[in-house]
Design a protein around this ligand. Structure first.
Ligand SMILES: Nc1nc2c(ncn2[C@@H]2O[C@H](COP(=O)(O)OP(=O)(O)OP(=O)(O)O)[C@@H](O)[C@H]2O)c(=O)[nH]1
Ligand SMILES: [Mg+2]
Length: 323
């Protein structure tokens, strides 16, 4: 009964029924009991839809670039999903959203779906919600799905890194902030976007970024650096070409399916309580890596494993209460 209800919702998502889609995203956001079954039904680690995280310091031009990317992908006939994430705010919905993305430009376009997500403090937190919302929008064949996060703290960087490809925006004249970004530069960012190229100070910024990147020993691991101006549009085509080349490299298919699965399973293990969840997975699959292999072989999904862990933990709590 439950699973047929979940299948109904999954069907609505796949056929991109706007109301159904919005409802499922709310269920994911509110931790609705049906959400894991719906996500299980939708999950496909080999999906073709690309997800792109956009992060960088306040005012770096993330929303302006998001808007440019929406325009670019719409011109190419793609359906675009956008998730605007604000970890510092407990509110989600229209008001925040209107502020973040220039929604009025796309409000009447049914092929653009924009959703804002805020911190509501339920289990799994914003990171889990965003991760699952990305899967839902990708299953509804939005391609790409963009996720814009505000700020450059650990949480924001982590959220942007949930996407298949992460863009890290830097701008001239940040001073100390570039220093604090250095760790981020090393850790994330498949592509580093030097935005506001129409402004002075670009050479200096590029030199300092390149100097940081040289610390990455293997040249192949270094992110690409692209200059652009989200405001004038200059360099945006070069950026979208770089995204295409990232997503079509020889090892992409298998590597990305593995990355998606690992991120989701590790997130679920964290949410359920690391120690015990890990132990249960070891008992069942031998190792986390083998559980991931099972998922990649199509035998299960991270969400089904999550349900198994929840069931076990619930039984354990009930038994304890009876004792
Ligand atoms: N000169 C110049 N200004 C830009 C460029 N891109 C964005 N801006 C301006 O920078 C300001 C901040 O842009 P946003 O796109 O709101 O920046 P954001 O990173 O989304 O900001 P938060 O979401 O508040 O962190 C706006 O006034 C933009 O018009 C650019 O390439 N060149
Ligand atoms: Mg913004």
């Amino acid at each position: 009964m439950l699973s047929s209800k979940a299948d109904d919702f999954a069907h609505k998502v796949r056929s991109c029924d706007q109301r159904g889609l919005a409802r499922v995203l709310s269920m994911v956001e509110n931790g609705h009991p049906l959400a894991p079954s719906i996500l299980h039904s939708l999950y496909n680690p080999e999906r073709s839809g690309l997800t792109i995280g956009i992060t960088g310091p306040p005012g770096a031009g993330k929303s302006t670039l998001t808007n440019r990317l929406i325009m670019h992908y719409r011109r190419h006939g793609s359906k675009v999903g956008v998730i605007a994430v604000d970890p510092s705010s407990p509110f989600s919905g229209g008001a925040l959203l209107g502020d973040r993305v220039r929604m009025q430009d796309h409000a009447s376009d049914p092929e653009v779906f924009i959703r804002s997500m805020a911190n509501r403090g339920h289990l799994g937190g914003l990171s889990g919600t965003t991760r699952d919302a990305l899967e839902v929008l990708a299953a509804a064949s939005f391609d790409p799905v963009l996720v814009e996060t505000m700020g450059v703290g650990q949480a924001e960087v982590e959220i942007a890194s949930l996407a298949d490809i992460t863009l890290l925006l830097l701008v001239p004249g940040l001073g100390d902030e570039v220093q604090t970004m250095k760790a981020g530069i090393m850790e994330i960012g498949d592509i580093i976007v030097l935005n506001k190229a129409d402004r002075a100070g670009m050479e200096q910024l590029e030199m300092s970024v390149n100097a940081s990147l040289e610390l990455i020993p293997d040249q192949d691991d270094r992110p690409q650096v692209i200059r652009c101006s989200a405001q004038t549009g200059e360099g945006v085509e070069k950026l979208t070409d770089a995204i295409v080349s990232c997503a079509s490299s020889g090892t992409w298919g298998k590597a990305i399916a593995q990355k998606r699965t690992t991120l989701i399973l590790n997130g679920i293990i964290r949410e359920k309580g690391r120690e015990l969840a890990r132990k249960l997975i070891l008992d069942r699959y031998g190792s986390v890596e083998e559980a991931i292999e099972s998922i990649l072989e199509g035998k299960t999904t991270p969400y089904r494993i999550g349900e198994m862990l929840s069931g076990f933990l619930k039984n354990k709590r009930e038994n304890k209460n009876e004792c």
